[in-house]
Design a protein around this ligand. Sequence first.
Ligand SMILES: [Zn+2]
Length: 373
Amino acid sequence: MYKGFLVDDDIGDQTYTKLLSFKTSPGLSLTLKEPSQLTEIAAEIFGASPDIVALDYRLDENFSACPAGQYKAGPLAQQLRDLAAASPQQDFPIILISSEEKIQHDYKPDATSHDLFDNIYLKENVSKNTTQYRRELIGLIEGYQTLKKHWVQTSTVDKLCHILNLSQDEDYAVDFEELLVAVEDSKAVHVLARVLMQDVLRRPGILLSWDDIRAKLGVAFDSLDQEKLKQRFEEAKYQGAFYNAWERWWRHKFDEITNTIFNTSPTGLPGDERVAALNQQLNLSLTPAQSRWSTKNPTQELFAFPCAVCRHPTELRHSLAAYDPRAPKFAERKRICWDCIRKDRNEQPNMRVRIASSDLLLVGKIKNHTVGQ
Ligand SMILES: [Zn+2]
């Protein structure tokens, strides 16, 4: 069973340690720990060699019970990260648990370059998404273990192939200078974990999420038979570090499979033609995606990616670029569908996706619905 700590100044409240601990294999047991003097508690936690540590954002609210706990989660995480940098084999994931919604935006992996946390969880969501969050915590723990296992490798490409569980003869799939340099420069396990999570797992490019695949196949967001369609792509499934936290597929393997189905790149065909070919060849009843903007032949658009806000399959000509300054060259750029822009969905708190300044000129026309029917 994996073990870890939840540091919280509300020491009477066992809600979250209970929700996130579980016995079913592999199991996780979180122990509640109250804040004490900063370097002391950091040394104590580190000395216990936990598999994971969760920190409540506000460790400074319960002054009478914990007079030494006069800091927020950031400084403690920084102390733990510093200790781990000197002992890579003792590194572990750190997550932030908070009741404040704005934290999720402030600490969003791509909103700050100094993020200390592997993931952020809102307290109110922990009880709603318990099963998913437990799976993600195990994914983080085991992902770190994979990184530590292959930490010392002769070449960067070898290291990356081992960590991502990719055979050496497919190393072209990760052979991007920008990625190799980032891996080479990662002098601590948690830094490498961040590079992989931010640039490989959480961005379409080298790997794809199901939202990406659904869009590239032109299948409606809520179509029937998606589980059966997934089976056709089983051999493309990603099985490397963090695979059990986020379900992903290899892009190069997806391309190979779609080439045998369509004899060409699917995104060059109208959406309804793709879906007709899939239904015929795989004996499925998939529904084609519909453009959220054009009303004339809405199923015939060249759907290529999920909108960064609503996640529906979206076409290039009815979308704007999102501001995404940290996107590596090997990743696909995020885009927002015109429907989301018209309805201000990208402005909702927790969903804030900025429109790239180069595309701002069109916003007025989109809002007035006077463009590109
Ligand atoms: Zn949208």
